[in-house]
Design a binder for this molecule. Structure first.
Ligand code: GAL
Length: 651
């Protein structure tokens, strides 16, 4: 059963409050506490002056109250003395501006000096606390990439990038050919001439940008590995995790995750909605609930990244401080988001943060307690959640396995390729994947999100939603599975080095479905195109296909719409949400998958013998009334949830 937890910063509070806090956490039903991830200036106030006693005492207090601890390495916040000693640690932005001290994440992943400093502090902390009896896991750093910190344009990064290019391409002619540098006389004579992609007059070569993205992503992975190697040595048996972010694709998470045991992520449903380019209509609809597909999309994505193991280490408890606007969640949402995390197989769900801090940058960010230690509104919902979980526990076997007949293949490099050259301002690659995910979820179906390397045999329906460049291993897995495969627009449209494939898109996917994309167009928001008989509406992106296959129907202007060859289907446009739902539903039914119609704000998740239903919508939602409800009833009010036994009749 999922455990509940909280992020706690003992260094922010007088020591005589720790006992009371720990007892209060237990009383609320919490059992996991994350500490320490920003505490470098208190653990080592000056070089070599290690102050570990306070953290020992804090961990002892938590342990005495049977709270289990996740300890963060403090490397997201190199302290002032260290930066003053070695200013070259600082990252540099694309305009050549050094990113200064005074907040956090001010380091460059390529700084050799910083890597040595990280090894030093992580070794000291791991050897000091690695066998503390409260410890169950380590978190490396904090949110790699937060505040746009993956790419750095420092001297160290330039040097490392040249080295990376040398390793990848071996000789400069190969690099010139791979990137197409003959265009605009961009050819280099040696690797020492290769600069970072910034500061050019107009658009940079997309292949150069892609190489830099791959390099930066690899830098994150090796930086993380430096820490995991040490932690495994000094703290054997503890799980290792990192807290990833929502709506964030700036590095390949699968690569980093290979060195970790669990993928955790930080869920701020209202903050994401306002900050991350959701359209205004959706923002209006969901501003107190978050988008109904946002949390679960990430749960499913990170469960895949974590090879089946996923936590939410930070969960929004109330208004946050960092979005353009910071509304309070609708009553009930704190509980609802908790139940939803459980239904999507989170092992732990932990709120950020225990108590609102009255000073510094995040003073307007709510916690479970107000700054005066009185309980904020989330606390009551947590008590209810704990009661719900007790009921649920009585109805589930100990090792509930995730069951899902649908997989979306998620490719971080494909996402990035579309960002590098969107070919249409309104084509937002992650929003497109979310739209596909949402359309499937509105059919009441569980979805797994998997990497391009995943075994696809267990699925009945597989979607390629952002696989821009296709590897032969993916083709092989698609051959091997019996699943119906839906290939989305832009799939296979680029080679690994960002050029148009020789045989035209969808490139290697032509081994599965014989067609060629002969023209693409991107469309402004006001343009909407209708397809023939079913009258589906396309927007934003469309492809003209040449093939012997007869399309499913045609657009008004004669371009074909949607092609099928055996179990392989090709969708050659972006469909508007309602049309996408109709289209996907058809395909699910064709694949033999049972669908349940969920309207706008209703979502269901299947968990072992139970079905969970969540109502994000403003109106009361209605569920089948011939089921036995263990939580709630067939009629769910806004912000509420219900759980029923799948094979049941009301008693
Ligand atoms: C996260 C971060 C936390 C805290 C939180 C506030 O992105 O990991 O340290 O800043 O946001 O919502």
């Amino acid at each position: 059963m999922m455990k509940l937890g909280v992020c706690y910063y003992p260094e922010h509070w007088p020591e005589d409050t720790w006992e009371k806090d720990a007892a209060h956490m237990r009383e609320l039903g919490l059992s996991v506490v994350r500490v320490g991830e920003f505490a470098w200036s208190r653990l080592e106030p000056s070089r070599g002056n290690f102050q570990f006693d306070w953290l020992h005492r804090a961990l002892d207090v938590l342990h005495a109250h049977k709270l289990q601890v996740v300890l963060g390495t403090p490397t997201a916040t190199p302290p002032k003395w260290l930066i003053d000693e070695h200013p070259s640690i600082l990252a540099v932005d694309e305009h050549g501006q050094t990113r200064g001290f005074g907040s956090r994440r001010h380091y460059c992943f390529s700084s050799k000096i910083y890597r040595e400093e990280c090894s030093r502090i992580v070794t000291r902390i791991a050897s000091e606390f690695g066998s503390h009896p409260s410890l169950i896991a380590w978190q490396t750093d904090n949110e790699y990439g937060c505040h746009s910190t993956i790419a750095s344009y420092s001297e160290d990064a330039t040097h490392q990038f040249r080295h990376w290019c040398r390793q990848r391409y071996d000789n400069i002619d190969a690099l010139n050919t791979a990137w197409g540098n003959v265009f605009w006389s961009m050819e280099y004579r040696s690797f020492d001439e290769v600069d970072l992609p910034c500061g050019a007059v107009t658009e940079l070569n997309p292949a150069h940008r892609l190489a830099f993205w791959r390099f930066s992503s690899d830098q994150v992975a090796s930086f993380n590995r430096l820490q995991t190697d040490i932690l495994r040595q000094y703290s054997p048996g503890c799980d290792l995790l990192h807290n990833y972010m929502g709506n964030f694709t700036e590095f390949d998470h699968y690569t980093t995750a290979a060195d970790l045991d669990i993928a955790t992520w930080d869920n701020y449903p209202l903050g994401f909605l306002d900050r991350d380019g959701t359209d205004l209509q959706d923002q209006q609809k969901w501003f107190r609930t978050g988008h109904p597909d946002s949390s679960t999309f990430h749960h499913d994505l990170y469960r895949g990244v974590g090879r089946g193991r996923m936590w939410i280490i930070e969960q929004q408890p109330g208004p946050v401080n960092w979005a353009p606007h910071n509304p309070a969640p609708l009553d009930g949402m704190v509980r609802l988001w908790g139940l939803e995390a459980l239904a999507h197989h989170a092992e732990v769900m932990s709120w950020f943060r225990w108590r609102q801090l009255p000073y510094a940058q995040e003073q307007m960010h709510t916690g479970l307690l107000r700054a005066d230690s009185s309980e904020d509104t989330a606390a009551d919902e947590i008590r209810q959640l704990v009661k719900d979980m007790e009921v649920i526990q009585q109805h589930i076997p100990t090792n509930v396995q995730r069951e899902s007949s649908v997989a979306i293949v998620f490719d971080y490099s494909g996402d990035h390729m579309c960002r590098i050259q969107p070919q249409g301002n309104n084509f937002e690659p992650l929003q497109w994947v979310l739209a596909v995910y949402g359309a499937i979820r509105q059919c009441g179906v569980n979805v797994d999100i998997v990497s391009t390397q995943a075994d696809l045999n267990a699925y009945q329906f597989v979607v390629l939603a952002n696989s821009v460049s296709i590897s032969q291993s993916l083709i092989n897995s698609l051959h091997k599975t019996d699943a119906t495969v839906l290939i989305g627009p832009r799939s296979g449209s680029k080679s690994e080095e960002f050029s148009i494939p020789d045989a035209l898109p969808p490139g290697p996917l032509q081994q599965l479905i014989p067609l060629r994309v002969v023209r693409t167009e991107s469309l402004p928001d006001f343009a909407e195109l209708q397809t023939g008989t079913r009258s589906l509406s396309a927007h934003r992106w469309r492809e003209q296909i040449e093939s012997d296959i007869t399309p499913q129907s045609t657009f008004d202007d004669g371009w074909g719409f949607s092609y099928a060859h055996g179990r392989f289907h090709y969708l050659n446009c972006c469909l508007k949400p309602d049309s996408l739902k109709t289209y996907i539903k058809d395909k699910l039914i064709t694949s033999g998958i049972g669908v349940m119609n969920c309207d706008d704000g209703l979502r269901v998740s299947h968990y072992g013998p139970l079905t969970f239903a969540f109502n994000y919508g403003p109106e009361t939602a209605t569920l089948p009334d011939d089921k036995k409800y263990i939580i709630g009833s067939a009629s769910i009010s806004a912000g509420n949830a219900a759980v029923f036994l799948n094979d049941s009749r009301p008693s």
